[in-house]
Structures are given as C-alpha cells and as structure tokens.
Design a protein around this ligand. Structure first.
Ligand SMILES: Cc1cc2nc3c(=O)[nH]c(=O)nc-3n(C[C@H](O)[C@H](O)[C@H](O)COP(=O)(O)OP(=O)(O)OC[C@H]3O[C@@H](n4cnc5c(N)ncnc54)[C@H](O)[C@@H]3O)c2cc1C
Length: 375
C-alpha cells in the first residue's frame, strides 16, 4: 500500500473558487493538495464559455462594495504576478425604466462611494452607444470601470500559481466521500485516500451531493450565445437590459470581435448531471427576439448557442462558512450566477477560514440564515 503524504489542507473542486483558494493557501506556505474530478478549466460546470462581468455596482447589498474592491485588487495582483491578462476593462451600460432594480439598485449602491458612473438620458446613450436601442422613457447608467474576466485564464493562472507555490494537484479524480475524524479530515476519491488538517469544499453545481449540509441549493441551467460583431458600430461595452422572460438579458464584448449574450436566471433546474446541454428552438427564438429588439446591428444568427450552470441560494447570497458539524471543513457554495467576479476575494476568505483567521464580515454568508439548514 502506498503511503500518502498528510497535508495541511486539501481543496476539492478546482474551478473558479477552488483554484483561487488553493493559490491563497499555498501562498501562506502550507502544504496543500487540490483535487478535481475533471481537468479544470472544463465545460461541465459553471466556469466555461466566455467572459464574466465584474463591476462595482452591487444592487444586492452595500456589504458587497468592500468585497468587490478587494476582489478587483486581487485580480490586478493576479494579472501582475502571472501576466495572464484575466481582467480587461470594457465599460458597462445598464438601460431600463427608472423603477427597475437594475437602475435604482445600482444608483443606491453608488451612494456614499466614489465609484465612477454616469447617468445618461436616452438621447445621450443613443449617441454614445449606437449599437444599443434605448427607449425614450428609459434611464441609462454607464459604469466605465466594468470589466470582463477571462474565466479559463483565471483558473489556469490560479492553478499555476498554486503549483509554483508548492501545491500538489490531482485531476480526473472524483471525491466520493469525506469525513472528519478527530482533528483530521479523510478524503476518499475514485482511486485513493488523502488526509489533511483542513478541507475546503468548492464543488460548484455538485455541492448539493457532497456537503453533508441541508442547504436549499438549486442548480439552474443558463443559455448563452456568441455573436460575430465585426460589423457592429462601437464602442461595444458590457450591457444589461430588462427581460420579460428572466431577470435580465446581458452581454459582454469578447477579445476576438465576438460578443456573448446570456439570459440571467429563468432557466431549467435539476440535478447538475441531468440538465440538458442542448438548446431548444424556443430558447434560440427568445434570444433572437431580444437581439432584434435591442441590438439591431447584431447578426440575426449567433455563431454558437450553449449552456452553463448556476447554483442558486434562495436569497442569491453565497454560502461561505466553516462546516457546522465538522469544524475542520470549510464550504464555499451557492455562486447564484454572480460568483466569478468574487473568486479572488472568496479564495482569500476561504483560506482565512481554513487557517483559523476570523472573518466577521462573512456573517452574511452563513448557512444559519436558511430555516431548513442543520445549523
Ligand atoms: C452562463 C454563465 C454566466 C455567468 N456570468 C457571470 C458573470 O458575468 N459574473 C460573475 O461574477 N459570475 C458569473 N457566472 C457565475 C460564475 O461563473 C460562477 O459563480 C463560478 O464559476 C462558480 O465557481 P465554482 O468554483 O463554484 O464552480 P465551478 O467553477 O464549476 O467549479 C467547481 C469544480 O468542482 C469540481 N468538483 C465538483 N464535485 C467534485 C467532486 N466530487 N470531486 C472532485 N471535484 C469536484 C468540478 O469538477 C469543478 O471543476 C456565470 C455563470 C454562468 C453559467
């Protein structure tokens, strides 16, 4: 029988959040092991398929503003340290009736801050952003610091950094079970057993199967499409628009003259491995009608239409916590379709929780807020 090394910490799930956590833990001089069932980045979870939006406006709550500042700082540090060019500033435009949360929520989150933004009239917006159809009664917000994160590059950068800092990484090995016995944790995978003082679980849409915690997580399939925008008059920015079918219809310009458009929420729900990856004709028609209505210079047909997954909590806030039944285990779950931009912050925060640093600022993310959770 081979003798496995005992680690200070193991991170299972090396997607957006886990790869960041692994690099932070390794950066603190700990002996760490990262495990993933696939070889991240991959197309089976929540991190594939083009740019992720990062912006300072946080209609979901003012407590996100300092988190977002720290996340931006850490993305810049990652780029400086690795040269990966994960973050690109593209600017962002939100166009909706003034009573839409997209508008009043963003304006509220700017209050008392120095976050650069402009409020434009419909006429001004049409001149500045000729590719966007804006209704006369709509308000438009422009946040110039809005950025695009390259998800695959982010995961590679964090994973490479972790490796350079001494982390061991095992891929194509699924965790079957974990257990805390005394002050150590035992992780059993398809082909081995590993032990550590601490375990971090960042399992994305597979979290409901392995957390041993009764969390009300719902996995939701999201449809997105990629358009050729070579002939669209610029400057193209990130855009967010209201939708009758879902919570928003949004998009982000990519680096290769393409533009990703996606529906935010309103998707099919179910266990992660049972959600269809094919896109139905009605879903394609829905995208087509939004494009025709709002983005008249875009081609009618996309280059590609595909799916990805959100893992939602009922209040759309994350779960970032020490496991209530197993104090050596730390859980990061419930990305709720908005978790990529926070990955650097969350990696640092989960590394803190795993190393005994108190993070009272994370109380918003306790599972105790859900009545049915076992805490
Ligand atoms: C279409 C789409 C658009 C999005 N747009 C944005 C956006 O604009 N801005 C934003 O901030 N966020 C956005 N998000 C959300 C963001 O991408 C997710 O919050 C983020 O990727 C979640 O990261 P994660 O680490 O939780 O999951 P993942 O990145 O999916 O990683 C989980 C990892 O755990 C591994 N794993 C799971 N179970 C096991 C096991 N048993 N054993 C070993 N490994 C395991 C998986 O293989 C996977 O690699 C979007 C998501 C989608 C789907």
């Amino acid at each position: 029988m081979t003798h496995q090394r005992h680690y200070d910490a193991i991170v299972v799930g090396l997607g957006a959040w886990g790869s960041a956590t692994l690099s932070h833990l390794a950066g603190r001089g700990l002996s760490v092991l990262g495990i993933d069932q696939f070889t991240p980045p991959h197309v089976r979870g929540s991190h594939h398929g083009n740019g992720r939006v990062i912006r300072m406006a946080s209609p979901e709550g003012a407590f996100y503003t300092p988190m977002m500042r720290r996340a931006y700082e850490l993305w810049h540090e990652l780029d400086a340290e690795t040269g990966a060019e994960v973050l690109t500033t593209v600017g962002g435009v939100y166009a909706a009736p003034p009573d839409d949360e997209m508008i009043w929520g963003a304006l509220k989150s700017y209050e008392g801050t120095d976050i650069p933004h402009e409020v434009l009239s419909a006429a001004e917006a049409r001149t500045r952003f000729p590719w966007l159809r804006v209704g006369d009664s709509e308000s438009v917000i422009h946040e110039p610091g809005t950025g695009r994160l390259h998800p695959e590059r982010a995961i590679v950068a964090h994973t490479d950094l972790a490796r350079r800092r001494g982390a061991d990484i095992v891929v194509s090995q699924g965790m079957k079970d974990w257990e805390q016995t005394g002050d150590r944790v035992v992780v059993t995978t398809d082909s081995g057993t590993f032990t550590a003082d601490r375990l971090v679980l960042t399992l994305g849409s597979w979290a409901p199967h392995h957390l041993k915690l009764d969390l009300p997580l719902v996995v939701e399939r999201q449809v997105f499409a990629v358009y050729d925008v070579r002939d669209v008059p610029g400057p193209l920015t990130m855009v967010s628009l209201p939708s009758t079918h879902c919570e928003a219809f949004y998009g982000v310009p990519e680096q290769d003259d393409t533009f990703k458009l996606a529906l935010h929420h309103g998707g099919l729900t179910g266990p992660t491995d049972e959600l269809p990856t094919t896109v139905a004709d009605e879903e394609k028609e829905l995208l087509k009608s939004y494009v025709a209505d709002r983005l008249p210079h875009f081609p009618e047909e996309p280059l590609q239409v595909t799916t990805c997954k959100y893992t939602n909590t009922p209040d759309r806030h994350f779960v970032l916590t020490r496991h209530p039944e197993a104090p050596a285990v730390v859980v990061g779950a419930g990305c709720s379709g908005r978790g990529f931009k926070f990955a650097t912050f969350i990696g640092e925060a989960l590394a803190d929780l795993a190393t005994g640093v108190e993070r009272p600022d994370l109380h918003h993310f306790s599972p105790g807020r859900f009545p049915q959770s076992q805490v």
